[in-house]
Design a protein around this ligand. Structure first.
Ligand code: EPU
Length: 359
């Protein structure tokens, strides 16, 4: 890695005065913690600061990238332009009709802080999404989901800056085209819209979602009544038990998406590998005709669980999570991911797609 220090300049950008760092180390700005640098870095605290920064970058013909909390990216090279970390904060509660609570939050709010704050205010519905690393603004991009709930089920509308026009547009959940770890912000609007905040319609009446197998089993074994607070605690416990804490060991959660295959293909694979590996698990997919296969099962059966190559490795308790044991580079982790995908495909004929954005 380069040995020089980044320098901080205060730039008058439009009407705002924003500090822009030059040659910033990105190592502690992503949860993988791999070394990388960017030419410029800024952390705007408002939409107007963000807009001015984008003008500033455009005048210099700089590429830009919004990073959130860096919990779903892997840098394999330095960034040649401006990296932006949104600091737009604030959580606001309003009581709507029919026992609903309208919760709005800025894009820079930490996701788990939002989940906790909602529960503390008696607004139910986000508890299954506890402890997911990342920010409120990044959450809709990949439609975060866990333990039977996806963000798209809970979001009413969001606000996003249209970079071309400089206008903030309001988009309904339907307009966001949420799918499994997917949204319009990864597709048609990638690079043209930046999410600045969102509103969730939560309920004053608890309606816990407890059908996800590992969550249901945990509540049953511990003989815990499924209240929202208990679901929150259970999800935190389950996640802490098998997912590595990014504060202790670099990772970005699930590295791959769970592949979705037809029912017929699932059944054929099930029969082909039953005697060798036991029952092939399958989870419901968006369409009745399809089944989601846990990529973790495929990776584990292909022999990669706990594997380590230098400081790049596969987590020992969750095979879907790649980890940086200390000094791995982004390239080393990406190379390992490629080998895992190739190995799984050679054995099962199923191609794993990355969930993490590799830059
Ligand atoms: N499994 C294995 N080996 C393992 C781990 C799991 O064979 O090492 C099998 C088991 O059969 C288990 C099944 O995989 O029943 C599912 O495991 P788990 O409940 O841990 O969920 P996952 O499919 O591996 C998905 C999400 C997670 C989310 C959990 C819980 C994706 C890509 N990942 O993982 O999301 O927390 O479900 O809902 O859909 C993330 O996106 O970063 C993430 C962590």
């Amino acid at each position: 890695m380069h040995g020089w220090m980044s320098s901080v300049s205060v730039w008058k950008v439009g009407v705002d005065v924003i500090s822009i760092e030059q040659d910033r180390d990105l190592g502690n700005l992503t949860t993988f913690g791999v070394p990388a640098r960017c030419r410029f870095f800024a952390a705007p605290g408002s939409v107007s600061e963000l807009t001015e920064l984008l003008h500033w970058a455009r005048r210099r013909e700089l590429a830009w990238l919004v990073l959130g909390e860096g919990s779903n990216v892997l840098f394999t090279a330095d960034h040649p332009g401006l990296v932006i970390r949104l600091r737009i904060g604030g959580i606001d509660f309003r009581v709507g009709d029919n026992g609903e609570v309208l919760v709005s939050a800025g894009a820079g709010v930490n996701w788990h802080t939002l989940v906790e704050t909602c529960l503390a205010h008696g607004a139910h519905g986000l508890e299954n999404l506890a402890l997911i690393p990342g920010s409120v603004g990044a959450a809709p991009v990949q439609n975060i989901g866990a333990y039977g709930v996806e963000l798209g089920d809970r979001l009413d509308y969001l606000e996003a800056l249209d970079v071309e026009t400089g206008q903030v547009v309001t988009m309904t959940a339907e307009e966001c085209r949420f799918g499994y770890r997917d949204s319009i912000f990864k597709q048609a609007l990638a690079g043209s819209h930046i999410i600045t905040g969102g509103v969730r319609r939560l309920s004053e009446r608890p309606d816990p979602v407890v059908h996800y197998p590992s969550l249901a089993a945990y509540l049953r074994e511990q003989q815990i009544e499924p209240s929202s607070a208990n679901v929150f605690r259970a999800v935190c416990e389950i996640r802490r038990g098998k997912l590595p804490d990014p504060g202790l060991i670099g990772n970005a959660g699930s590295f791959f998406r769970n592949p979705v295959v037809s029912r017929a293909r699932h059944e054929a694979l099930r029969q082909q590998f039953m005697s060798r590996f036991g029952e092939l698990p399958g989870f419901p997919a968006e369409s009745e005709e399809q089944v989601k296969i846990p990529a973790a099962w495929l990776i584990e059966k292909a022999g990669w669980k706990g594997y380590r190559e230098g400081d790049a490795g596969v987590h020992a308790r969750q095979a879907l999570v790649l980890v940086n044991h200390g000094d791995a580079s982004g390239e080393q982790i990406a190379r390992l991911a490629g080998r895992i995908a190739d190995g799984v495909e050679a054995l099962f004929g199923v191609r794993l797609e990355r969930e993490v954005t590799v830059l």
